[in-house]
Design a protein around this ligand. Structure first.
Ligand code: PBG
Length: 334
């Protein structure tokens, strides 16, 4: 037996055989679609994120209906776009019960109770500093984001989302101890059914640029390296994962995704919790731009990128390509 030639290609001989041995699948049930909502009356295409839109409230609900009923997308993740005039040093608009995100949650849940609504919890869209938390100005002109003061503000923001009907709260701020604080506050207010998807390992990445353009949320001073993780570190992600797990997170997230497949894989080996990966704006526009130039086959490249994230061990993927991918996957079934 051993001196016969070994021929792994037999398992690849046709599509049926490849189907039998396929180790990883990608389905619409794995996808979460990040969406942007603003208080304006018009739906504005976002130049920095081709295919994405700053939705009006009514446009958002209509689009969610299409995503849910026609494409079978299970979950949307909401980001509020607020005008400069509403941004303040402490970002208090974040927990306005009548804020744009709170209104959007109510509107979607009223019309589409079965579509999961997830919300981003962090202060950056509401902060005049463009930072994720409450800031102290330093004598050298820089800023420091204060941990415990920020956690208190995030709790108010999360409670206002839960009160509006959010299914999943997703803290993207990287403050220490925020998962425990959110879980405690949600439970104390009776929101025991509201899930927490923690941005467990969120890196200080150059690939958030198009998103910050879409939201007008780029930091005005300094950067986010004092709270987001150093791209050089992988072990530290496992430390964050252990803490989030102890603190009561339901789902752990790694972000960005394709540049951090090693982190997803390492986390997959250490936790029994579901893992999400955020295929971020920069990862998305790289593929979009190359496809627009005719340098890549968009469908093949996007599906391969998302499959690699699944293969690394992510259960679910947040991606701006979700509607397009759902369409491609539905076509393939036909
Ligand atoms: C804000 C937040 C960011 C993203 C999601 N939530 C940007 C940042 O941390 O500066 C990035 C998403 C993307 O690039 O697609 N807390």
């Amino acid at each position: 037996m051993m001196n016969l030639p070994i021929r792994p290609r037999r398992n690849r001989k046709n599509e049926a055989m490849r189907g039998l041995v396929r180790e990883t699948t990608l389905t619409t049930a794995n996808l979460i679609y990040p969406m942007f909502v603003h208080a304006g009356q018009v739906d504005e295409p976002i130049e920095a994120l081709p295919g994405c839109v700053r939705w009006s409230l009514s446009g958002l609900v209509e689009e969610c209906r299409r995503l849910h009923e026609q494409l079978g997308i299970p979950c949307v993740d909401l980001f509020g776009v607020v005008p400069e005039a509403l941004k303040t040093p402490n970002g208090v608009e974040a927990h306005n019960p009548h804020g744009i995100v709170q209104q959007a949650i109510r509107a979607i849940k009223a019309g589409l109770p079965e579509l999961l609504v997830m919300t981003d919890v962090a202060l950056d869209p509401y902060s005049s500093y463009g930072q994720d938390g409450i800031v102290r100005e330093l004598p050298d002109g820089g800023v420091e984001v204060l941990n415990d003061e920020t956690v208190e503000a995030l709790v108010l923001q999360a409670l206002s989302h839960a009160e509006a009907g959010a299914d999943i709260i997703s803290p993207s701020d990287m403050m220490d101890g925020r998962v425990a604080a959110l879980r405690t506050a949600l439970d104390a207010q009776g929101y025991t059914r509201v899930s927490i998807m923690s941005y467990t390992a969120k890196y200080a990445s150059a690939f958030y640029g198009p998103f910050r353009g879409a939201l007008g949320s780029a930091p005005k001073t300094g950067d986010k390296k004092g709270y987001q993780m150093d791209p050089s570190n992988a072990r530290e992600a496992l430390r964050e994962a252990a803490l989030d797990e102890q603190e009561g997170a339901d789902i752990l997230m790694v972000k960005p995704a394709t540049l951090y497949l090693d982190v997803i894989a390492a986390m997959r080996r250490r936790t029994q919790l579901p893992i999400a990966a955020y295929h971020v704006s920069g990862e998305y526009v790289m593929l979009k731009a190359a496809a627009a130039l005719g340098w890549l086959d968009e469908k093949a490249a996007v599906l391969e990128a998302l499959m690699s994230i699944r293969r690394a061990g992510a259960d679910m993927i947040l991606t701006y390509a979700a509607p397009q991918v759902a369409e491609w996957l539905a076509e393939e079934k036909r």
